[in-house]
Design a protein around this ligand. Structure first.
Ligand SMILES: [Zn+2]
Length: 220
């Protein structure tokens, strides 16, 4: 079932298929793919095109050292994949996030960001992008903000609206540094999102503008 209204654009899916995306962005797309059949079909087509192109490439000789390293990497892969359908796991958590979320979102070490928002940082990408979960209380609002870089968001639970529309579970959004937006969670339940920010968020409200130097320091 395709429940998603908002999808990664084609160039992003093609880069995902080619394995050339930063891990943080690839994680957002993987989560979206667990909810979206049409992007899954598109990805299969892209993978097919990619493998056709690979077959047309002329083979080139690699050094013995590279060959040994590659074989070593294959040997070091784990034999058994973790039991993904263990009854211990909260099945609402997307598979690709279970390395960060052991069982339940509620068990995470949520930090208060504002009266309406809590967050928990999951990791940093090697490019410096911050990967975190955001939880907005029912009817709560994330302060109006812009970003220094792109912001990728996938909705995991609940829904929110901003200046561009209403977004529900599985929806994938990209906002760039020219977009100003104020997500507001719907009244019926809290909204949990996976968010990847490439640079410091710039709050654009008057009071928050005063805070920006301190916020930037957090990304140093
Ligand atoms: Zn999609």
């Amino acid at each position: 079932m395709d429940k998603s209204n908002n999808h990664p654009y084609d160039e992003l899916l093609a880069a995902y298929s080619a394995g050339s995306l930063p891990l943080s962005q690839a994680l957002c797309i993987s989560v979206h793919l667990e909810h979206c059949q049409s992007c899954g079909q598109k990805l299969q087509q892209l993978n097919h095109v990619g493998s056709e192109l690979m077959q047309q490439l002329k083979p080139s000789k690699v050094s013995d050292e590279l060959k040994t390293r590659l074989l070593g990497m294959l040997d070091s892969l784990p034999d058994d994949l973790p039991d993904e359908e263990s009854p211990e796991v909260d099945l609402r958590v997307p598979r690709c996030l279970r390395q960060f979320v052991d069982k339940y979102y509620d068990d995470l070490d949520w930090k208060r960001v504002s009266a309406d928002i809590h967050s928990v940082e999951l990791c940093r990408d090697s490019n410096g992008a911050k990967v975190e979960l955001l939880k907005i209380k029912p009817g709560g609002s994330a302060t109006t903000h812009t970003h220094m870089g792109d912001e990728y968001t996938v909705i995991l639970e609940g829904s929110f609206s901003d200046e561009s529309g209403l977004y529900g579970q599985g929806d994938f959004l990209v906002r760039d540094e020219n977009d100003q937006h104020t997500p507001v969670a719907t009244q019926d339940r809290e909204c949990i999102c996976l968010a990847v920010t490439e640079g410091p968020i710039q709050f654009t409200g008057f009071l928050h503008r005063l805070l920006n130097p301190f916020i930037r320091r957090g990304y140093a």
